[in-house]
Ligand binder design. Sequence first.
Ligand code: ATP
Ligand code: MG
Length: 159
Amino acid sequence: MFMFVGVCDKFLSHEDETKEFARFLGQVLNAGDVLLLKGDIGAGKSFFARSLIQSLQDTPEDVPSPTFTLVQTYQTRIGEVWHSDLYRLQSIYEVEELGLWEAFESAICLVEWPELIMHEAPETALLLDFQPHETQTGRSVGISACTQSWAARLKGLVC
Ligand SMILES: Nc1ncnc2c1ncn2[C@@H]1O[C@H](COP(=O)(O)OP(=O)(O)OP(=O)(O)O)[C@@H](O)[C@H]1O
Ligand SMILES: [Mg+2]
């Protein structure tokens, strides 16, 4: 596994700030980018992913949690987005069957519960770690990456 190094931390005091954060991050994404979304149940991973996907669509469509479907794909202004949730998977072979490795090459991939694939994720992945806060609507997000390039991409807009 590559070593993830902190890029910056964000505090999102309310859902609207999570939406704004997702929209900003969406502006710097390209095909082949992988976002690993960590955090406990209810931490806000799906909310963030939904906000990001909808911010990239001219006519925002429903973005349900992929906990049971495992993966949902969306067409956006910047190409195809895969939204997946690995919570219910037991083995790396099941991930392979989803076609996630191929998607890593060509789509933008948002992966909830990525613990199963931390050894297989590309070195260029961005890790977002969502943590609850003492206020009900607050979340903190630790942003980290293995490569230096993310710091430059996020500077000014996100970090
Ligand atoms: N600042 C915030 N950012 C994101 N979500 C928030 C925030 N404040 C409150 N929430 C609420 O927290 C809940 C987060 O649920 P969500 O489904 O996104 O969690 P999750 O991390 O995807 O959980 P799971 O592991 O079950 O997939 C939503 O109901 C959302 O409205
Ligand atoms: Mg979720």
